[in-house]
Each structure stands twice: as structure tokens, then as C-alpha cells.
Ligand binder design. Structure first.
Ligand SMILES: [Zn+2]
Length: 300
């Protein structure tokens, strides 16, 4: 079982100091993909004139913009960083950055593909364009802090986490979340990439993970091991269903997700699809004619 962490203590719009170098302001956009809302992080000392960075300004929300501007009043925002272009993370980046006169840094937005028909993930911010394009490994610094871009594709093809070097902490965005597993929905979501970037996070041995939604993960290694095991279990269950004679995602999803509300099966089927694409890529299953949502699959 994944040791999910409890509901965070917060009030919408109130900046809370959560570590020596981190403040968090939660936007009032709770929902099935955002839990209690989007947590925007302010990195740097809470002192007049200090240079700070802001991670994931969040959704287009006037009250949240006002709360962020009030939280950084008297300080200099040197960088606005965005983990990925989903609508609960990116749209406020440009208005906020313009208001404070800072550049926006993020990975290149994905090339638009056909939308999956099911509402299983936050919509994409299709107008997003960073001032500085990150590919991972870049570092930016301010008064007593250093942030390093950490490429973590999987949930989104352009997902970037950020390392706070001084606290051995990772702003994990939606790559690793404390309250839930992450949606990996093709075509933009990619399970092969997701597992590789999960292993990269495990290898770094962070002290704390600060997800965009929910409370921090303060004992990351057992949490990440359980998170990883959960995916491998699901993959093994899919191979069992194929061995039992199921051929399609539609056939196997009700059995794989018997424990969850059938209204969630369309969303769950995208996760099964993500696993099957990864298994096909690894040469462990064959898809006929190609690894689509409707294809027939069999074990090699
Ligand atoms: Zn997202």
C-alpha cells in the first residue's frame, strides 16, 4: 500500500511558511485532479527586498493572483517556474510574471495531439509559452537558494520538477503526489517515461518532496518504493488478464478496477492503455494493428 499523507493544514490564499526557504499559497480550485487545490510555492527568504522564485502560479484565478502578489510584496521575484502546462498549473504564470516583471521558465509545451475523449486530466493551457525553455539540468539562484530543473516526463511530456539544493528537496509537481497516484494518460502521458523518471527521483535520495497538490512527502524513499510497486503490480495484473484470454482494454478494465466505481473506468482504461503501450514498446506484448485504445493485445 502507498503510505498516502494526510490532508494539509492550510487556508486558501494565505501564505504559509512550510520550511526555512519555502512558503506555500493554495489556490481555491479543489477537484478530482487537484485535491484541495493548486499549491503555489514561493522559494527564498521572507525578508524585505529578498529575491524569490515562484513555482506554478496556478489556474487563472483573480483571488489567487491577488494572494500571490500580496505574498511577495516588497520582494523581488526573479523567476517564475512552471512544472507543466496543465490548466491548474500554468495559466496564471504569464499574468503573474508580467505583474512582477519576471521571466517564465518551463519545458517546451507539447505539440497538440488529438484530445482523449474522456475528461480524465486537467485541460491543457494551449496558449502557454515560456520566456526561457528548460530541458533539465539548468540552475537558477537567488538569495540563499538554488533551484535546478529536473526533467520528469510521464504525467505530461513536458513535466519539469525543481530541486531546492539547499534543502535537498524536490518540487515534484504532479509527478509524485502525496494524496494519490498520478494520472498517466496517453497520448501526452507516457508510462515508459514515467517509470524512468520515477527511478531518477528515487536515485537522488531527496529529503522532502513538495507536490503541487497536497501535503509534503517527508519520508520519500518508502513512499516512492510503494508508488513504483503499485505500477508494477498493475502491469503484472494486465499480463495476467491477457494470459486469461482478455484481448482488449474494454474487456480487462472492469476486472482490473473491480474495486472502483464504474464511472471511473473510462479514466482507468487510459491508465491500462498507458501500461500496454509501455509493454508493447518493451516487446512484451503485441498490439493488433497498433497500440491504440481499441486494439487487440496479446502476450509475446
Ligand atoms: Zn497535471
Amino acid at each position: 500500500m502507498i503510505p498516502f499523507v494526510a490532508r494539509p493544514e492550510f487556508e486558501y490564499g494565505r501564505p504559509d511558511r512550510v520550511s526555512p526557504l519555502i512558503r506555500r499559497v493554495v489556490a481555491n480550485n479543489p477537484g478530482p485532479f487537484t485535491f484541495t487545490g493548486t499549491g503555489t510555492y514561493i522559494v527564498g527568504r521572507d525578508a524585505p527586498g529578498a529575491a524569490v522564485a515562484v513555482i506554478d502560479p496556478g489556474p487563472l484565478d483573480e483571488a489567487h493572483l491577488a494572494a500571490l502578489l500580496s505574498a511577495v510584496e516588497g520582494q523581488t521575484v526573479s523567476h517564475v517556474l512552471v512544472t507543466h502546462t496543465h490548466a491548474d498549473h500554468a495559466p496564471l504564470a504569464r499574468p503573474f510574471a508580467s505583474a512582477v516583471g519576471a521571466p517564465v521558465l518551463a519545458a517546451r509545451p507539447p505539440v497538440r495531439t488529438i484530445h482523449a475523449s474522456q475528461p480524465v486530466e486537467e485541460a491543457e493551457d494551449e496558449t502557454f509559452a515560456p520566456d526561457v525553455t528548460l530541458s533539465g539540468g539548468e540552475a537558477v539562484a537567488g538569495d540563499g537558494w538554488t533551484l535546478e530543473a529536473f526533467a520528469t516526463a510521464g504525467h505530461a511530456s513536458n513535466h519539469m520538477a525543481f530541486v531546492l539544493v539547499e534543502e535537498n528537496a524536490l518540487f515534484s509537481g504532479d509527478h509524485v503526489m502525496g494524496w494519490s497516484t498520478t494520472v498517466v494518460a496517453p497520448p501526452d502521458g507516457d508510462m515508459t517515461a514515467y517509470m524512468a523518471s520515477l527511478d531518477a527521483v528515487i536515485a537522488r535520495g531527496f529529503t522532502t518532496l513538495w507536490p503541487t497538490h497536497g501535503a509534503p512527502i517527508t519520508d520519500p524513499q518508502p513512499f516512492l518504493a510503494a508508488y513504483r510497486a503499485h505500477r508494477l503490480d498493475r502491469e503484472a495484473q494486465i499480463l495476467v488478464r491477457l494470459a486469461a484470454g482478455d484481448r482488449t482494454i474494454r474487456e480487462m478494465t472492469p476486472t482490473l478496477y473491480a474495486a472502483v466505481d464504474s464511472r471511473l473506468w473510462p479514466a482507468a482504461s487510459l491508465s491500462v492503455w498507458a501500461h500496454l503501450i509501455a509493454l508493447a514498446k518493451a516487446g512484451r506484448v503485441v498490439a493488433d494493428p497498433a497500440p491504440t485504445l481499441e486494439a487487440a493485445y496479446r502476450v509475446v
